[in-house]
Design a binder for this molecule. Sequence first.
Ligand SMILES: [Zn+2]
Length: 295
Amino acid sequence: MPSADLAELRDAIVEIGRRLWQRGFVASNDGNISVRVGPDRLLMTPASVSKGFMTPDMMVVTDLDGRVIEGAPGRKPSSEALMHLVAYRERPDIGAVVHSHPPLSTGFAVAGIPLDRAVLAEVVTTLGSIPIADYGTPSTPELAEAVAPLVKAHDGLLLANHGALALGKDLFAAYYKMETIEHFARISLVARMLGRERLLSREEVDRLQGLRDRYGIASPAPVCPDPATMPAGADGDAASCQVVVAPSSPGERLVPDTSVARGVAAAVGTGGEIRLTYAQLTSLSEDVVKEIVQA
Ligand SMILES: [Zn+2]
């Protein structure tokens, strides 16, 4: 790669690091950014630096096995290089990877709640769903192994009790996906605090998926088929498709979410204590009244 292009990519990493830090997506030396600069070459952030205060000369060039090819004296590649390497290995189509710890997405990752409900058309069209990779100790091969099966079909992931990962065709595409993940987490949290989420119907999700082709939106995998129409025992596999929660409701674009009621049923089933917010209680009562009226 010509050195002018490489210089631009170093500058772009500095800029994206600054945005991650300014938005509070990272604290201290959290997070890492990498970009493909040749068939067997990556440019990535160094270990142990704040992403808000990097300079272009800090970046490290490695091969796809993580060996350092070029870097300023004393600079080592990011401690999460293994996770980046596995993403490039599993996805020859991507050109950049961004990892950070945005507080709302990471909150969902800590709670063990994937961002997989069909709520926002833009998210369904671009990312599909954002599943959670199993917990793996940071900076060990364990984390890379946990991420490997899911990166095949997803451009955005939560990492259990850790943070989020975004993949893109270039640096800014990956960074914008990170912004979308956090924005989606924020909106999902507000809707859940308000006590209800109206979901897009399966039919609307299918329509949105059609838009991917029309607008040339690249996606590593399709949305998984509706579990309700699949044979017993079969299930969508998050390694090959994107699991999106969207109930079938022909003719409807939006449908009510019954997950609050389902959650209570599960809590009663295990004999656990039930705690509901006033909004959840109101929503439940309304649902019960509706069911009685319909019956
Ligand atoms: Zn991390």
